[in-house]
Design a protein around this ligand. Structure first.
Ligand code: PLP
Length: 394
C-alpha cells in the first residue's frame, strides 16, 4: 500500500476523531522519523511527550524481545516479577509508598479520583465528594476526567458530566481559596499544564494548594502524565517546587511507547483500597513493566536529568535569540516548552512538514516542543534554523 492508499483507508474505516498529518510514518531512529515516501523529519513531538528515549533504543528493544519470548500477559490474578520491580523502583524514587498500575493517563486520573472518593468516605463519612480542578487543565477524556477538563468543545457533546466539580482559575490562589471547601475530597493540578498551553504553576500557587488541601483535609493530586518523568529536567515536575502531593499520576513516557499508566500514592491513601475496589485486565503486564523499568532507570540518572535541564535552557535561549515578532512568550521548563504566537499555531505545524519538522500545538496559539529527551544540541540548532524560517514566512 502506498501513502494515498493508507490515507484513503483511514478515512473509510477509522472513526474520524483525529486530523492526521498528510503522510504515513514508517519508522524512527533516534530523534528522526521517516515516512513511506522516504522523507525524514526532526521529531519535536515524541508521540506527544511519550518517546523520551527516542526511536530504536537498543536496550529497550532487547528487553522487549527477551520478555516477549517469556511472557506477555497473565492478568492481575497472578504475581509477576516485572510488576513488583517497577512498583519498587517508582516508590524508591518518589514520595509514594505504593502504586496502582493501569493503561493510560486518563485511566490513572480516573483511578486517582476514585481513590480520593474512597479515602474521603472512609475517613470523613458521606458528603466529602467534590473535586477542584483548574482552567486550562487537561486530565483525560473519560467521564470523570472530562469533568475536570474544562474545555467547552470537549465537554459539550457529552453532558451531563460527573457532578460536584468546581473549576478555579489556574495560578490564582484566591480563586482556589473560594473553590476548595470541607466538601472537597481532592484537588487535581498539573504542575506544568501541557494541553492547556505549557503553563507552569507558580511556586506560590502550588505551595498554596498544598496548604489549602491540608486545611480542608483534601487530597492533592499532581497529574504528571505529561510533565513528569524527567521532562522538566527533574525526575518529577513537582520536585522543582518542593511541594509533595498525596497522589501523582503518570503515563505517557513511562512505557517507552507502550501503554501504561500509574497512580502513585501515600500509605494513607493506599490503605483505604481493598481487594475488588478497582482493577484492570491488561494493567502492568510483564512486557510493559520490564520496558518501563528501563525508561525510569535511564531517566532518573542525575547526568540524564542535568542534560535535559541544559538542553532545555539552550533551546529556550536559542528561541529567544530568534527575536521573532511572531513569538509573544516562551514558557516551560526543561524540554517541555511552549511558544505563544501572535498567530494561529496550526498553520505553522502544517508548513513544518515541508521543512522536515514534526511539531504540534497546545491550544490555538501555542506551539509546543516536547521532543524525545535524547535530543542533542545539533538538533536544537537545526530546529531553531527551520523554525526561524517558518516564522519569518508566516
Ligand atoms: N493528563 C495530562 C496532563 C495529559 O497531558 C494527558 C494527555 O494528553 C492525559 C492526562 C490523558 O492521557 P491519555 O491520553 O493517556 O489518556
Amino acid at each position: 500500500m502506498n501513502t494515498q492508499d493508507i490515507i484513503n483507508l483511514e478515512s473509510r474505516y477509522i472513526v474520524q476523531t483525529y486530523k492526521r498529518a498528510p503522510f504515513v510514518i514508517e519508522y524512527g531512529e533516534g530523534i528522526w522519523l521517516y515516512d513511506a515516501d522516504g522523507n525524514r523529519y526532526l521529531d519535536l513531538v515524541g508521540g506527544i511527550a511519550v518517546n523520551a528515549l527516542g526511536y530504536g533504543d537498543l536496550e529497550l528493544l532487547e528487553a522487549i524481545d527477551e520478555q516477549a519470548c517469556k511472557l506477555l500477559h497473565v492478568s492481575n490474578l497472578y504475581h509477576t516479577g516485572p510488576h513488583v520491580e517497577l512498583a519498587q523502583l517508582l516508590c524508591e524514587n518518589s514520595f509514594a509508598d505504593r502504586v496502582f498500575f493501569c493503561n493510560s493517563g486518563a485511566e490513572a486520573n480516573e483511578g486517582a479520583m476514585k481513590f480520593a472518593r474512597k479515602w474521603a468516605r472512609e475517613n470523613y463519612g458521606e458528603g466529602k465528594t467534590g473535586f477542584v480542578a483548574f482552567t486550562g487543565a487537561f486530565h483525560g477524556r473519560t467521564f470523570g476526567t472530562l469533568a475536570v477538563t474544562p474545555r467547552e468543545s470537549y465537554q459539550a457533546p457529552f453532558r451531563p458530566l460527573l457532578p460536584g466539580v468546581q473549576i478555579a482559575e489556574f495560578n490564582n490562589l484566591e480563586s482556589a481559596v473560594q473553590a476548595i471547601t470541607g466538601e472537597t475530597c481532592a484537588v487535581l493540578v498539573e504542575p506544568i499544564q501541557g494541553e492547556g498551553g505549557i503553563n507552569p504553576a507558580t511556586q506560590e500557587f502550588l505551595s498554596g494548594l498544598r496548604q489549602l488541601c491540608d486545611a480542608h483535609r483534601a487530597l492533592l493530586i499532581f497529574d504528571e502524565v505529561q510533565c513528569g518523568l524527567g521532562r522538566t529536567g527533574y525526575l518529577w515536575a513537582h520536585e522543582f517546587y518542593g511541594v509533595r502531593p498525596d497522589i501523582m499520576t503518570l503515563a505517557k513516557p513511562l512505557g517507552g511507547g507502550l501503554p501504561i499508566g500509574a497512580i502513585l500514592v501515600t500509605e494513607a491513601v493506599a490503605s483505604v483500597m481493598k481487594p475488588g475496589d478497582h482493577g484492570s485486565t491488561f494493567a502492568a503486564n510483564p512486557l510493559i513493566c520490564r520496558v518501563a523499568q528501563i525508561v525510569v532507570n535511564r531517566v532518573r540518572q542525575p547526568e540524564f536529568l542535568a542534560a535535559v535541564r541544559d538542553k532545555g535552557s539552550y533551546l529556550m535561549a536559542r528561541l529567544a535569540d530568534l527575536g521573532s515578532p511572531r513569538i509573544k512568550e516562551i514558557r516551560g521548563r526543561g524540554l517541555i516548552i511552549g511558544l505563544e504566537l501572535d498567530t494561529l499555531a496550526n498553520p505553522i505545524v502544517q508548513k513544518g512538514y515541508a521543512e522536515g519538522l514534526i511539531l504540534v500545538n497546545a491550544g490555538d496559539y501555542v506551539l509546543r516542543l516536547v521532543p524525545p529527551l535524547i535530543i542533542e544540541k545539533q538538533h536544537i540548532d537545526l530546529l531553531v534554523e527551520k523554525l526561524g524560517r517558518l516564522l519569518t514566512d508566516t
